[in-house]
Design a protein around this ligand. Structure first.
Ligand code: FRU
Length: 479
């Protein structure tokens, strides 16, 4: 019996300029790469329902990382080494081929999903569309002895004529850890040891998912999505976090000497981020625009999940900044607002558009203890998403009417406050001070958004708002 893929039945929450699947469920971005003139992004995909299920790799390609053409599913869970899921992994271009290294997930008995084995597998394409799994899969059959069965999400790269991978793992004592492998041909892998490990499960996680390790501005940065970090006052408030360690990778030892874990995004909906290097040398990151405990209202409409806007990573002042990639400007359709006020009042910034880029600059040199509120509401419903800035504390609070808890983003002091807000039909991404802090949210507008701003002191505010493109996904491919 052939099961038919699910269809989208209602477009009310479909996003305008974010990468989505034609229908069905998406989670992690996978295999980001540039191959034969296109950027390729794959994603954890369940095309048969709007819920997580046996994972395939969905596939899309783009010339600019913004306008996506869906391609046929790249790999499916149909081999003895991956029969319950082609889990997350990465891509490497080698010998004219686009190679995928991914985790095979296998249950001993499908009625018990708590008992599984995970291994690493290879697939390759020479045209960027059709993929063949390697006949001798798995290429890494089992985890090393100093790791549990949680053994997934390989990230592969080339260094000095050889290939290396980091794989997410867990110590037998229940600490997240990073496993390090080496190969000359992607087929025969040697285990080199544990590169890094959580100090405690409560502070750094009981399992490390979706690692990525790359060099940026003279540092080695480990991007990681740990499970199990306990909330601490204003930090680690989501079910799982994505963040980074900055350090130095010693290939000989091997070891990664690193500093403390930093959360990357302060919103409710950001996870499992991965990066790639562009041909012009930029480090670009894309994340899953969701968290497992999101209410996902779009599931009622035959789909769930999307990927974030691609963000360029910049490391400076001992901090990772995230900025919308320069190409994002090409999404601008028209200027809707361009004005400045010396204001102490509530003003309507814009109403009636679902795809917006809102830029605000506020001069902080002539004002003290300013309170600023940006409210994105959804009349006539009581729903709203509110950003509150206090100059003395120099931090933003974010309230999402539909989600529990406040989210907090602290900034370093500055003479000018900059906000860049990307609003889409059911998402909001907020970049503060050139990406020093970012908040990513799913937010389900039922009607046309109304954006207002309130200041409690006279402050000089400059505002530029663009309408953005609403049609960046093209799902019509020929098989
Ligand atoms: C992270 C994750 C990965 C795994 C994938 C399965 O969200 O749990 O560790 O490979 O999702 O879909």
């Amino acid at each position: 019996m052939t099961i038919a893929p699910i269809q989208v039945t209602n477009h009310r929450y479909r996003l305008g300029y974010h990468l989505m699947a034609p229908a069905g469920w998406i989670n992690d971005p996978n295999g980001l790469c540039y191959f034969q003139g296109y950027y390729h992004v794959f994603y954890q995909y369940h095309p048969y329902s709007a819920t997580w299920g046996p994972m395939s790799w969905g596939h899309a390609r783009s010339r600019d990382l913004l306008h996506w053409q869906t391609l046929p599913i790249a790999i499916k869970p149909n081999s003895w080494t991956d029969h319950d899921g082609c889990f997350s992994g990465s891509a490497l271009i080698k010998d004219q081929g686009l190679h995928l290294l991914y985790t095979g997930n296998n249950y001993y008995n499908r009625s018990n999903v708590n008992e599984y084995w995970q291994n690493q597998n290879l697939a390759v394409s020479y045209d960027g569309r059709h993929f063949t799994k390697y006949l001798n899969n798995p290429v890494i059959a089992q985890p090393p002895l100093d790791n549990t069965e949680n053994f997934r999400d390989p990230k592969v790269w080339e260094y000095d004529g050889l290939y290396y991978a980091v794989i997410g793992g867990q110590s037998p004592t229940g600490l997240g850890q990073l496993l390090f492998y080496q190969t000359a041909d992607l087929k025969h892998w040697h285990y080199l040891g544990i590169l890094a490990q959580a100090q405690t499960a409560a502070t750094e996680g009981y399992m490390w998912e979706c690692p990525d390790l790359f060099r940026l501005n003279g540092q080695d940065i480990l991007l990681i999505s740990p499970q199990g970090i306990q909330a601490q006052a204003q930090r680690y408030l989501n079910l799982y976090q994505t963040g980074y360690f900055v350090g130095r990778l010693d290939y000989q030892q091997p070891a990664l000497v690193h500093g403390s874990f930093q959360e990357l995004d302060q919103g409710h909906d950001f996870y499992a981020a991965q990066t790639m290097l562009t041909p012009d040398g930029r480090r670009i990151m894309i994340g899953w625009l969701n968290m497992w405990d999101n209410e996902m209202l779009e599931q009622a409409d035959g789909w769930a999940g999307a990927l974030t806007l691609p963000r360029e990573l910049v490391y400076k002042n001992e901090h990772l900044y995230q900025q919308p990639i320069a190409e994002t400007k090409t999404l601008r359709q028209q200027v809707l607002v361009n004005k400045s006020w010396p204001t102490k009042q509530t003003v309507t910034l814009i109403q009636g558009y679902s795809q917006l880029e809102i830029n605000l600059k506020i001069d902080l040199t002539q004002v003290n203890d300013l309170n600023l509120n940006i409210k994105m509401s959804d009349p006539p419903t009581p729903n709203h998403l509110t950003l509150q800035y206090n100059q003395t504390r120099h931090q933003f609070l974010l309230y999402n009417f539909n989600r529990p808890g406040v989210r907090i983003a602290a900034l370093s002091s500055c003479p000018e406050l900059k906000l860049q807000i990307f609003l889409d039909t059911s998402s909001v991404e907020i970049f503060l001070n050139d990406g020093e802090a970012v908040l990513t949210e799913r937010y389900y507008f039922q009607n046309s958004p109304l954006i207002t701003m309130t200041t409690d002191k006279a402050a000089d505010v400059q505002c530029v708002i663009y309408q953005l493109s609403s049609q960046t996904n093209n799902y019509h491919y020929e098989i």
